[in-house]
Design a protein around this ligand. Structure first.
Ligand code: GTP
Length: 598
């Protein structure tokens, strides 16, 4: 293919504005997708993604499109994750493109992630094609949404393409816009090879399948390739482009997008954002923009059965291939035994990993309450990073504690400003200012401690705004805060996995509510269980779970055998997620109880 017949683009959109539907439609119209597959959302090929309706991992797919000018074009559509947790991956996908379709739902208008992703695309120097989707809906407001878009990117009305991805309206016009407005890649074929990894997936038979944009040079089948991040050399066993399936070829040239399989077994060797070059005639510098991603949220993951520790390690190792952002180190908890402290980009990322561990790798895990990473300055001048509340030094040796802060933008209707202000006050938010996007919609700017928004802030925001709010956040650095460690004791024994770090002003209320919550979760046992919350050695709250009166099985005596067996099985099932903490059986829920406190 001629370089100037290639177009590399992505679709950026707020969640649910129709990215997947539009991608499918493009695949269908270009004949990439067989007609029998019409209804499958082909770009989201993990169950989980479909269920959540969120594109988690980016992939690339190649389409062939005969332009109205009679020329054959190659269109590489690079899928990008739409959620704030994955903004680094989004930025790497964008770096593999020359253009972006900015899709906005005609019934919803511009949302927080529309803006956040737009900024990333503009930063990456992409040509933006604004697209208004869902124009088939009676409630669509094409004019109003056009104005919002024009305000945002300063384009002309005529440059906005109106489509219905679902009804197939405006798709031809969009394809023509892509070939005419998205620039062809620069022709850097004669340079030494530099290819950008924007994604990688693990294939049980082939090892890592690395998705890359050849930015400069040529990659041939059989070449010895070197990865900058670790200097390791591999042989390119297979290269090719992605249609609905992998299509092997012998040569990938600068400007194109494809995949590389080179028997990478160690899952950490193909990091998103890294550069691949040739081992024998290497480029000297990696491509710009590589970042070692930094996890923002941490949680302990422990196998329910302690003999599954090695399985958990292997599963985490595999998962971390797709995910340069997943980090984990072994840790031990007095309460939970051997496990891992894992770092995630955000709460959604954490949930996804937990679900995949259970679903795909069949490891049953107990997770602890997620926390951010604190910076503790000791009285002796030493600074320590604390990613596990139970590791917080004694208050006597602490000079001060700092916590990460984020800049938050919330887009909503003006009528919900009051509710959102109230919510932000509960979460220690600092109001900055408000911009009016039009007569109804506002963008409110805040600064928040990250710890206050990682838990359930997004859900709360949706509920106080009846769904009419979207948010995005960006890390801004550490600030000093008056934080204390809140411990939980069961029958006088501190349970390290239940410790949390909270702002002093909230500690009493949290302690009380947490004890109440735990009382509802911890089942009755053969003896009384005392639940206490404490700051240092001071107990601030107490609840008691009274002792069990009857043996559950007693009911069954005289009854038929199968009922008794069923009950036993049920009890066993329930116990699977129980951890013996000292003499007390504690269910998984208890370790997350604090998440549901309000
Ligand atoms: P995420 O993957 O969650 O980011 O969502 P998405 O942006 O990929 O949205 P998706 O394509 O899943 O579409 C969201 C919903 O909008 C689905 O129920 C689609 O059927 C619907 N939808 C998408 N495009 C159109 C359209 O042009 N018209 C109408 N009426 N509905 C549409």
């Amino acid at each position: 293919t001629d370089v100037d017949a290639i177009r590399n683009f992505c679709i950026i959109a707020h969640i649910d504005h129709g990215k997947s539907t539009l991608a499918d439609r493009l695949l269908e119209v270009t004949g990439t997708l067989g007609h029998n597959q019409k209804n499958a959302q082909v770009l989201d090929d993990m169950d989980l993604e479909r269920e959540r309706g969120i594109t988690i991992k980016s992939h690339a797919i190649q389409m062939h499109y005969p332009g109205a000018d009679g020329r054959g074009y190659v269109l590489n559509l690079i899928d990008t994750p739409g959620h704030v947790d994955f903004s680094y991956e989004v930025s790497r996908s964008l770096a593999a493109c020359e253009g972006a379709l900015l899709v906005v739902d005609a019934t919803q208008g511009v949302e927080a992630q529309t803006i956040a992703n737009l900024y990333l695309a503009v930063e990456a120097g992409l040509e933006i094609i604004p697209v208004i989707n869902k124009i088939d809906l009676p409630s669509s407001d094409v004019e109003g949404v056009s104005r919002q878009i024009m305000d945002l990117i300063g384009n002309e009305q005529e440059e906005i393409i109106q489509v219905s991805a679902k009804a197939g309206i405006g798709i031809d016009e969009l394809l023509e816009a892509i070939i005419h407005r998205v620039p062809a890649p620069a022709d850097y074929r004669e340079q030494p090879l530099r290819a950008l990894i924007f994604d990688s997936v693990f294939d049980a038979y082939r090892g890592a399948v690395v998705y890359l944009r050849i930015v400069e040079g040529r990659l041939r089948k059989g070449d010895r390739v070197r990865f900058f991040a670790n200097n390791k050399v591999f042989v390119a066993d297979e290269i090719g482009t992605m249609g609905m399936k992998r299509q092997p070829c012998d040569l990938l040239e600068a400007g194109n997008v494809g995949y590389l399989i080179c028997s990478i077994k160690d899952v950490k060797d193909a990091k998103v954002g890294d550069t691949v070059t040739l081992a024998d005639t290497p480029a000297h510098e990696r491509l710009a923009g590589y970042q070692d991603v930094k996890p923002m949220v941490f949680s302990g993951l422990y196998p329910v059965n302690s003999d599954e520790f090695e399985d958990l390690r292997e599963s985490l190792e595999k998962l971390s291939l797709n995910d340069a952002s997943l980090v984990y180190t072994p840790e031990t908890s007095a309460a939970l035994g051997f496990g891992f402290r894992c770092g995630f980009l955000g709460l959604l990322h954490m949930e996804i990993i937990q679900e995949r561990l259970e679903r795909e790798y069949h490891v049953q895990i107990i997770t602890t309450v997620p926390n951010v990473e604190y910076r503790v300055l000791r009285s002796n001048g030493e600074t320590v990073l604390v990613d596990n509340p139970s590791k917080m030094p004694e208050s006597a040796v602490i000079a001060h504690v700092e916590e990460p802060y984020v800049k938050v933008q919330i887009i909503t209707l003006a009528e919900y400003i009051g509710n959102i202000m109230k919510l932000s006050m509960e979460r220690r938010g600092e109001y900055k200012n408000t911009d009016y996007l039009d007569t109804l919609r506002v963008c409110i700017h805040f600064e928040f401690p990250l710890a206050e928004i990682v838990f359930d802030f997004h859900d709360r925001l949706k509920s106080v705004s009846k769904g009419y709010a979207s948010m995005d956040y960006e890390y801004i650095g550490y600030r000093q805060s008056d934080l204390v460690k809140l411990d939980v004791l069961l029958n006088g024994e501190p349970v390290d996995a239940l410790s949390t770090i909270v702002h002093r002003s909230k500690a009493y209320e949290w302690g009380r509510k947490l004890c109440q919550k735990l009382k509802g979760i911890i089942p009755k046992q053969m003896y009384e269980v005392a639940i206490q919350a404490a700051i240092g050695s001071r107990v601030i709250s107490r609840e008691t779970v009274s002792a069990m009166r009857k043996n559950v099985l007693a009911k069954c005596y005289g009854g038929d055998i199968s009922r008794k067996r069923k009950l036993l099985e049920k009890q066993k099932e329930g116990k699977k997620r129980m951890k013996q903490v000292g003499r007390v059986e504690v269910p998984q829920e208890a370790f997350l109880a604090i998440l549901n406190i309000d």
